[in-house]
Each structure stands twice: as C-alpha cells, then as structure tokens.
Design a protein around this ligand. Structure first.
Ligand code: PGA
Length: 228
C-alpha cells in the first residue's frame, strides 16, 4: 500500500489525475487492449476529473481506448468507511448488487438532493468489495477532516467488514491519496513515515511524454523494414 499525503484537496486531486494519466500512457491502450477505469461518483473525485478533462483538452491524454464505468450510482469513500456503497457489515467478498444505504450515508448525501431527506434514495446499485479487489490497481481518494477516522480505520487497524475500505490492506496494489486534514487521526509516526517516502512516490507522477508528442514521435519514426 502507498499513502500519498498532499497539502490540500487541490493538490491531492492533481496528484491523482497525474497518476491516472501516467498509468494510461504507460499502458498504451489500443482497440484490442482497452484500459478499464472504474470511476467513483460523489464530490471527492470531481477535482481529479476536472484535471483529466484538462489533459484531454490539451491533447496530452486520449480516452479513445479507455473504457469507464461508474462504481456506484452517486458516491466513493464515506465517513463511515464504506467503499462505493459497501456499507458497514458488507461482505468483503461481495459482488455488484443493490445495497440498502446506512442512515449516515443518507444524511451525508442529502446535499445532493437539495437537503431533502425524503428525496435521497434508500437503496443503490454498487460494485462489491470483491469486485473492486479484482482490479489490478486501486486508487482511493480521501480528503477532509470528516474522513480522517475512516482513513485511520482503513490503514492503521485490522481488516474489518464494519470499515469496508480496510479490505484493501489485502490488495496487492492500492494507493491512498489524501490531504493533510484526512491524516488527523493517524499516528504521527505513520504520517512521518509516508511523508518521508514522498520523494520516491512523486516519481510516479513525473510528466511522461504526452500522447500528442508520442503521436508525433511515431509519425517521424521510419517503419522497420524487417523484423529483428
Ligand atoms: P463524497 O462521497 O465524495 O461526496 O464525500 C463519498 C461517499 O459518501 O461515498
């Protein structure tokens, strides 16, 4: 697991977007080899999505061979530590299904429905924890002091179905991207340890050649006339 700690929401969003950009460029998708991206809904990822749109508009990133799907109907990581809509007590091997929402989630999400509780759905379609565990790589964005306890439960305590995001301790490749506020419940030692690794982790978001430049490079590279 990697824990990336940035100063604020904007920096966390940008780091996450650069990471996704680099993963897509490295993967080099084509018609036979699509890059699959499961996207969480909710407000947290919006800053990251805006950045990805910017890279696309600049011509630095193409989504032509990127297949995306929404992980849940309208949210990501909740203050109660749910991932997608896998509320506390969800099976850690669950698959995509309709889930009854916890009262905490209904209250937190009333803001998407003009504060009108009676308009907030009580059930939602969501990928399961097991479904997300099947991903080659999982990126989890956690920002704000109201998610600090969820981050603590996710990484400093054991795997527990009451905090479904903690299941990713058993995933081979998970990167948590958070802001300072989200680290408030972590041990000072944990924060120092991961901050000390930032110079290594930041290499993951170093600019690569953009798809635009790559296209040009390929156009100028003479085709091989014979195979090696
Ligand atoms: P948020 O929602 O990103 O809008 O905070 C996350 C969630 O509750 O799943």
């Amino acid at each position: 697991m990697k824990l990336i700690i940035l100063d604020d929401y904007n920096q966390a969003s940008e780091w996450a977007a650069k990471y996704i950009r680099n993963r897509i460029i490295h993967f080099n998708p084509n018609a036979e080899k699509l890059f699959t991206l499961g996207l969480p809904t909710g407000s947290t990822p919006l800053g990251c999505y805006k950045k990805l749109i910017e890279y696309h508009k600049n011509g630095d990133l193409s989504f032509k061979y990127v297949k995306t799907f929404n992980m849940d109907e309208y949210v990501g990581i909740g203050p109660d530590g749910h991932i997608a809509f896998n509320e506390p007590g969800s099976s850690l091997v669950s698959r995509t299904r309709v889930k009854t929402l916890a009262m905490d989630t209904i209250l937190a999400n009333a803001r998407f429905f003009h504060g009108n509780l009676s308009k907030v759905p009580t059930m939602a379609l969501t990928v399961g924890v097991g479904t997300v565990m099947d991903a080659k790589e999982v990126m989890i964005l956690i920002t704000g002091a109201h998610k600090a306890f969820a981050l603590y439960k996710a990484i400093e305590e054991g795997v527990n179905h009451m905090w479904t995001v903690s299941a990713f301790q058993q995933h081979p490749s998970t990167v948590f991207v958070c802001d300072e506020d989200a680290t408030l419940e972590l041990r000072v030692k944990t924060v120092k340890y991961f901050k000390g690794l930032m110079h290594v982790h930041n290499k993951l978001v170093d600019p690569l050649y953009s798809m635009k430049e790559k296209g040009k490079k390929e156009a100028h590279t003479p085709k091989k006339l014979y195979s090696d």
